[in-house]
Structures are given as C-alpha cells and as structure tokens.
Design a protein around this ligand. Structure first.
Ligand code: NI
Length: 290
C-alpha cells in the first residue's frame, strides 16, 4: 500500500513537472498540443452518449513527457490489420443479444464498455458476453461527466461498476472508458494506477447515438477505420446494431481482424511504429482505399 502511494505521488510530481514544462517552454507543436490533448473538454451538460469531439492524438502527450507511463489509448500502433470494435452503455435487453448473435456467426470478438446499472439489470448478458470470448470494461455506474467530479465521486462510480460486473459474471475489468472521454490527465493517472486500468478512448466515432440510420453509421465507420483503430459505437441503439452486418462483412472482406481491446493493446509497437504502420496497413488491406 505504501509502495503504491509513493508511486502515485511520484507520478503526480512527474505530471506536474511535465505540465509546468509545457507551459513555460518555447512554443512548439508538441508543447502546444499538450494542454489541449486532454479530452476533458466535456459538453456543458451531459449529452445522451459519448459526444466528445474527436480527440487529438494522445501520442503527443507521450512524446512531450516520455517519463510518464502510457495509460490512455485512442488507437494502437500495430503492424497487421487488427482493429477493436467497442460498444458502450449496455448491456441492452433488446439489442445486445442481436449483436452477440451476429458476432458469433462471423466469429469475431468485440469489447463492451458496460454501464454498471445495466450490468446489474442484465447479469445474464454480461455472462454471455464473456462466455463468447468478448471483453467487458468499466464505463461507470450512471454515465456522469467524471472530469467535473471529486476524486471520491469518481472512485465510487468506478468501484460500484466493478462490483456490479464481478457480481454478474465473476470477472474484474482491466480497462475503462470515461463517458464522453472526459477525464483529466491527473484523473487518468490515479484512476489507472488505483484500479490497474488502461484508459480506452477511440479514433473512429460514427456519432451513432444521433441515430443517423444504419447506412450512415456503416459508411462513417468504413470510411475511417485503419489498422489499430478503436471504433466507438453503442449497442443500446437498434440502428447501430442494424448497421453491423454491413460493417462486419465489409471489414472482413478488406482483410481486417477483430480483436478485443486488450488483445490490440498487447500488439502495441509504440509511437515509433506509427510511420511504418501506414505502409504495413496499406499492404495488409489493399482494398481499404475505395
Ligand atoms: Ni457512454
């Protein structure tokens, strides 16, 4: 416990130094990107789903502060055509079973960021997600804007959700996604450290919560996916699930392989592999360019 506290304090000092350095440094693209790199620009009032604007590359934070451990991912630098499709806010009684049927038929693995309230309501769906090889992560208990909350409030939202998932299926999540992507750099560090989480954001967002229709959801995802992408969607919306046959079939035809978020993270080659990734990705998925 003492070691954990010492480590946490050390990390916070490092973070403070890094932020102080960024504020006083001669302006450079990297330093300038640091203050805005936090996705804590949450909407003024809670929106119905993860509506945060597309995030600036988190890699710029890592580049500016190499001493910090990497705890946040919005994409992963991989050599092959691997992607993680993630579905937030469920489980949903009417929609999640349809999605699970489809994934089973196509033999693909998905990741579900669960709302604790829904996990408590549909324990059998949490069990099914895990039994069929998918990953589940923590998406808080009531979907609040965490960046505006106290540390104790954040801790309670997360712990209650861990407990709900453990109670439902005997599994303790190791990844979490803050609603709206809203968690400050300081919060991300202690949350990751205290709960042993990786914080998972996304690089593809079809804005499916606005219910634009299955064809539009599919088109937006298919236009934006690259090797290493983490795709955000919501299995609480029937139109999103309706879009998935086309999304899955098209991405499979392009040669993409669906893995869970933790499987994708295990393939991380680090920021240095970024340039190489584009080449490898193009070679691996020749049909990815329309
Ligand atoms: Ni959400």
């Amino acid at each position: 416990m003492l070691a954990l506290m010492v480590r946490t304090v050390f990390l916070l000092i490092l973070l403070s130094l890094a932020e102080a350095g960024a504020q006083t440094a001669v302006p450079s693209p990297t330093a300038a990107a640091l203050p805005s790199a936090s996705p804590s620009a949450a909407p003024a009032s809670p929106a119905p789903a993860d509506t945060a604007a597309p995030l600036p590359p988190i890699a710029s934070v890592a580049a500016a502060t190499p001493a910090l451990p990497k705890v946040t991912y919005s994409e992963v630098h991989v050599d092959g055509p691997y992607i993680a499709m993630t579905f937030d806010d469920g489980p949903s009684g009417p929609n999640t079973p349809r999605l699970l049927d489809l994934a089973a038929k196509k033999h693909i693995k998905l990741t579900f960021f669960l709302i604790g309230e829904n996990a408590a309501r549909y324990p059998q769906l949490v069990q099914r997600e895990l039994a069929e090889g998918h990953q589940v992560g923590n998406h808080t208990y009531t979907h609040p804007v965490l960046s505006k909350m106290t540390d104790d409030g954040i801790r309670a939202e997360i712990q209650k959700t861990q407990d709900a998932i453990i109670n439902a299926a005997g599994y303790k999540p190791v990844i979490m996604r803050p609603p709206y992507g809203a968690l400050t750099a300081r919060q991300r560090l202690w949350v990751a450290n205290e709960f042993g989480f990786k914080i998972i954001l996304w690089d593809v967002d079809p804005n499916d919560w606005k219910n634009p229709g299955p064809a539009v959801v599919a088109q937006r995802i298919l236009a934006a996916v690259r090797p290493g992408s983490i795709i955000l969607s919501h299995d609480i919306h029937s139109g999103t699930v309706d879009a998935m046959p086309q999304v899955f079939d098209t991405l499979l035809a392009r040669g993409y392989k669906f893995v869970t978020v933790s499987e994708l993270l295990a393939m991380d080659k680090g920021p240095a592999a970024k340039a190489k990734k584009a080449v490898a990705g193009n070679a691996a998925t020749p049909a990815a360019t329309p």
